[in-house]
Design a protein around this ligand. Structure first.
Ligand code: ASP
Length: 584
């Protein structure tokens, strides 16, 4: 039997289609049996329309449809007519299709989840039956947005003279600070490929190879303990440009973002974007990825409390620690119980406690009785004489700022300090090149080891690595680090020196990156680039905070695929071929 081919979409049908003879194709959403009549809600990629089969006029069709159930797949041909009683919940609610011909393509088992936007099924079940979950139009539409994003990016970058490349998945380590996924080699006993943590080295080699402007929508793999917003494999928009400085990278990326938001959200982003230094971000927002949709800056209160009657603060400051505060307007904004909850949250970020002072006509709060006139008038001045609550943390600078940085986000959420459809983006610049890793007792690269130090700081590499700043940058949107990049080292001697600072012996550097050090010696152009987390960007564009909503076949937090049950054991013969044995 010839396929009954679709001529229209169910979800697109409107009153203007009345009188048309059309064919729809899709799945049974629901089926209602009335005496002598069958109503089928048919779902396709655009939405739902009602089909009607009348027993009296169409007995054969009625019999054919009698075994239909949810998620059976079919085509139906018929005439669009006005519905007797309109359904205002459906976009096609004014019309229905009087079926004249029915082709049932495939029955369905009873679906274990409800293919509907208000489905309450547990996420585990949804992931196990992902192919059914994907039939939900509000989920599938997120992938359409994702695809549209790729198209926008590609069009923009092609027009700007970029070439799209593919770099190897089976390669040598490309460190970005995570653990590698390794693939054992069959042909080379005891040797392994590493899956790319990013295409970093390859894109730099492409610059050496004269590609000039490269981009790739690249899958990256990092074997880390997963957090809620991470997947072990994820997608970057990766780019690299030759003969550029930081300003050039910013200019093109700002226009890219402007284009994406214009085309996908109808929003006009004003350029140039704001920039703040890493130091300023940490000091004011307690994080290097500040959410700048709202103010709520962290205050340094050391001068207020240096001589405090509150011993905890006085001693902390005398010991070189600090007191930092966040002022929340409105003395009633948090109840004592809510403040206790905030304190709990503060403790999860390492605070020993959360003190607070309520500034109103009267003074109140956990430490009010210890404070003298001067401290109170200083606090009033800092808070512009408004009534409100000062939340205070005394600790090392790092802990105090981390705690308040996180409270700041929570408070903004609690108090609705921003609207969910606002987008605030900025560059964070002037990062330190290295961070001291206490556990490993060595310096590690703050961005990655191919990042160029600021030229005026190169001399400090040997004497004071901690003071060296790098030519690297982060692109931050609504408190998410959406992209990061840098100007790269294009000189083998300097690259070698960086390897030394982070503790690689010459031999080790040679063994791991010898090929790259060699390549750098053949007339390497100055170059720089950036990489965006595309899963994250899609989340923002589709308004979801669940990364699994924008990955078609995602993994769980335990890095498993509940549908295919990956990872799974290998056959004995496969292990043998790979020269592996599993220890019990
Ligand atoms: N490769 C870097 C990363 O994955 C991005 C870059 O420096 O371009 O974070």
């Amino acid at each position: 039997m010839a396929l009954l081919k679709r001529t229209a979409f169910a979800g697109d049908l409107r009153e203007t289609d009345i009188g048309q003879r059309i064919t729809l194709a899709g799945w049974v959403q629901t089926i209602r049996r009335m005496p002598g009549r069958l109503f089928i809600d048919l779902r396709d990629r655009q939405g739902i329309a009602q089909l009607v089969i009348d027993e009296a006029t169409q007995p054969a069709l009625y019999a054919q449809a009698s075994g239909l159930g949810r998620e059976h797949c079919l085509s139906a041909k018929g005439e669009v007519v006005r519905r007797e009683s309109a359904n205002p919940k459906l976009a096609s609610g004014e019309i229905e299709l009087i079926v004249e011909e029915l082709q049932i393509h495939a029955p369905s088992l009873t679906p274990p989840i409800h293919v509907s936007d208000d489905d309450q099924a547990k996420e585990e079940l949804r992931l196990k039956y992902r192919y059914l979950d994907l039939r939900k139009n509000n989920l599938m539409n997120k992938f359409r947005v994702r695809s549209q994003l790729y198209r926008t990016i590609r069009n923009f970058l092609y027009d700007e003279g970029f070439t799209e490349f593919e770099t190897p998945i089976l390669g040598k380590t490309t460190p970005e600070g995570a653990r590698d996924y390794l693939v054992p080699s069959r042909l080379h006993k005891g040797k392994f490929y590493a899956l790319p943590q990013s295409p970093q080295i390859f894109k730099q080699l492409l610059m050496i190879g004269g590609a000039d402007r490269y981009f790739q929508i690249a899958r990256c793999f990092r074997d880390e303990d997963l957090r809620a917003d991470r997947q072990p494999e994820f997608t970057q928009l990766d780019m690299e440009l030759s003969f550029v400085d930081q300003e050039d990278v910013f200019a093109i990326n700002e226009r890219l973002m402007q284009t994406i938001f214009r085309e996908m959200k109808g929003l006009e982003i004003e350029l140039p974007l704001k920039r703040i230094s890493y130091a300023e971000a940490i000091e004011n927002y307690g994080t290097d990825k500040p959410d700048t949709r709202f103010e709520l800056l962290i205050d340094n209160l050391d001068e207020v409390f240096r001589q405090s009657g509150f011993g905890v603060f006085r001693t902390a400051i005398a010991e070189g620690k600090t007191v930092r505060g966040l002022f929340v307007e409105g003395s009633e904004s948090y109840s004592t119980k809510e403040l206790k909850n905030l304190e709990k949250l503060a403790k999860t970020y390492g605070a020993k406690g959360l003190a607070y002072v309520i500034l109103d006509e009267e003074i109140g709060g956990s430490i009010a009785k210890f404070l003298n006139e001067n401290e109170i008038s200083d606090l009033r001045e800092k808070s512009a004489h408004k009534s409100g609550i000062y939340l205070l943390v005394s600790d090392t600078k790092k802990v105090a700022l981390t705690v308040l940085g996180n409270l700041r986000n929570q408070i903004a959420k609690d108090k609705g300090l921003y609207s969910s459809d606002s987008y605030d983006m900025l560059w964070v610049v002037d990062f330190p090149a290295f961070e001291y890793d206490e556990e490993e007792d060595r310096f590690v690269a703050q961005h990655h080891m191919f990042t160029a130090p600021k030229p005026e700081h190169e001399a400090l590499l040997e004497t004071d690595p901690a003071a060296v700043m790098a030519n690297c940058y982060d692109f931050v949107l609504n408190g998410y680090e959406l992209a990061s990049g840098s100007i790269r080292i294009h000189d083998a001697t300097l690259q070698q020196k960086i390897f030394e600072v982070i503790g690689f012996s010459e031999q080790e550097a040679q063994q791991r990156f010898g090929f790259f050090l060699d390549a750098l010696k053949y007339g390497t152009p100055p170059h720089g680039g950036i990489a965006y987390g595309l899963d994250r960007l899609t989340m923002i564009l589709t308004d979801t905070d669940n990364i699994r909503d924008v990955v078609a076949f995602p993994k769980t937090l335990a890095a498993t695929d509940l549908m295919s049950e990956a990872p799974s054991p290998a056959e004995e013969i496969q292990l043998e071929e790979l020269h592996l044995s599993i220890e019990e």
